[in-house]
Design a protein around this ligand. Structure first.
Ligand code: NAD
Length: 298
C-alpha cells in the first residue's frame, strides 16, 4: 500500500514538472474566443487571417492546417491560399499587395520556408506591417527592438507566456538560448532581456557550449537537432524549454533528450504538446490585435 502511495506521489510530482503547452493554450484559447465574441458586437464581423502556402512542404502543410483549425475553433475566419511550388516572386508579391488593401483581411501570414526562387526578405517586406501577424516585417522587428512592440513574435512570446503561467520569473535569471535564428533565437533573447533576464545566446560556432549551458537557470534550445541536449549539459533543477520540432519516421522529437534530462530538471516542456501549441495561440492573439488596429479599437 505504502509503495503504491509513494508511486502516486512521485508520479504527481513528476507530472507537475511538465509545462503543459496544450493545457495552457486551451485556457488562452477560451480567453481569446471570448474577446472575439465581445469585439464582434462592436465591429460586426469576425477577424480574418489569410495564410499563404507555397509548394508542398509536408511540415508546412501540417502547420498551416493547425493554424486554420485553431482559427475556426475560436471564431477567426480562415483562408488558405495554396500556390504552386514554381510560383515566382512577383506573382506572390501581387497576391500579398491585394490582401494588404483588402478591408476584410486583418492578418496575412506567408508560411516559411519559401521555395528558393523567392527571396524571403522581399516577401516579408511586402506584407502590410499592420497585418504582419507573424511579426517578421523589419518595421515590426524594429519596434520590438526598441521596446515598443506592435505585435510579438509568436514562438518567443509563447515561451514567455508559458513561464509566466508557471509563475517562473525571469528577472535576474541566467537564461541561455541555443540558436540564433530570426524566427526564434534572436527575438526570444530580446524579449528575455526586456523581462530583465541575463541572456546568453549560443549558436553553431559557440565554443565549450556545455560550460555555458551548465550555468543556465533557464535553458532554451532551438536548433533543429533531435535529442541534442543531454543531462550532462544542464545544471540540476534548471528549467528546460524545448523549441525543436524534428520529424523522424513520422514521429516528432524535440531538441532535448526528454527522458535523459527529465529527472535533473525542475521544469521541462514536452514535444509535442509544448512550445508548438503556444506558438499558434500567440498567432491568434496577434490576429485579434491586428483586427483591433484595423478597426481603430485600442
Ligand atoms: P534554424 O534552423 O534557422 O537555425 C538553427 C540554429 O541553431 C542556428 O542559429 C545555429 O547556429 C544553431 N545551431 C545549430 N547546430 C548547433 C549546435 N550544434 N550547437 C549550437 N547551436 C547550433 O532555427 P529555427 O528556425 O529557430 O528552428 C530551430 C528548431 O525550432 C527547429 O527544429 C524548428 O522546427 C523549431 N521551431 C519550432 C517552433 C515551435 O513553434 N515549436 C517554431 C519555430 C521553429
Amino acid at each position: 500500500m505504502e509503495n503504491i502511495n509513494l508511486k502516486v506521489l512521485s508520479f504527481s510530482k513528476n507530472s507537475q514538472k511538465i509545462i503543459n503547452g496544450t493545457e495552457i493554450s486551451e485556457n488562452l484559447k477560451l480567453q481569446v474566443k471570448n474577446e472575439i465574441l465581445s469585439l464582434k458586437n462592436k465591429i460586426n464581423r469576425s477577424p480574418k487571417l489569410v495564410v499563404i502556402l507555397v509548394g508542398e512542404n509536408p511540415a508546412s502543410k501540417v502547420y498551416v492546417g493547425n493554424k486554420q483549425k485553431t482559427s475556426l475553433e475560436i471564431g477567426i475566419q480562415s483562408e488558405i491560399i495554396k500556390l504552386d511550388e514554381n510560383t515566382n516572386q512577383n506573382e506572390l508579391i501581387n497576391i500579398i499587395k491585394k490582401l494588404n488593401v483588402d478591408a476584410n483581411v486583418d492578418g496575412i501570414l506567408v508560411q516559411l520556408p519559401l521555395p528558393k526562387q523567392i527571396c524571403e526578405l522581399e516577401i516579408l517586406k511586402t506584407i502590410n506591417p499592420l497585418k504582419d501577424v507573424d511579426c517578421f516585417h523589419p518595421e515590426n522587428v524594429g519596434l520590438m527592438l526598441i521596446g515598443k512592440p506592435r505585435f510579438l513574435p509568436c514562438t518567443p512570446a509563447g515561451i514567455i507566456e508559458m513561464l509566466k503561467q508557471k509563475n517562473i520569473t525571469l528577472e535576474g535569471k541566467n537564461v541561455v538560448v541555443i540558436g540564433r535564428s530570426n524566427i526564434v533565437g534572436k527575438p526570444l533573447a530580446l524579449l528575455l532581456l526586456q523581462n530583465n533576464a541575463t541572456v546568453t545566446i549560443c549558436h553553431s560556432k559557440t565554443k565549450n557550449l556545455e560550460k555555458l549551458t551548465q550555468k543556465a537557470d533557464i535553458l532554451i534550445v532551438a536548433i533543429g537537432k533531435a535529442n541534442f541536449l543531454t543531462k550532462d549539459m544542464i545544471k540540476k533543477n534548471s528549467i528546460i524549454i524545448d523549441v525543436g520540432i524534428n520529424r523522424i519516421d513520422n514521429k516528432l522529437y524535440g531538441d532535448v533528450n526528454f527522458k535523459d534530462v527529465f529527472e535533473k530538471a525542475s521544469f521541462i516542456t514536452p514535444v509535442p504538446g509544448g512550445v508548438g501549441k503556444m506558438t499558434i495561440i500567440m498567432l491568434m492573439k496577434n490576429t485579434v490585435s491586428a483586427y483591433k488596429i484595423h478597426n481603430k479599437i485600442i
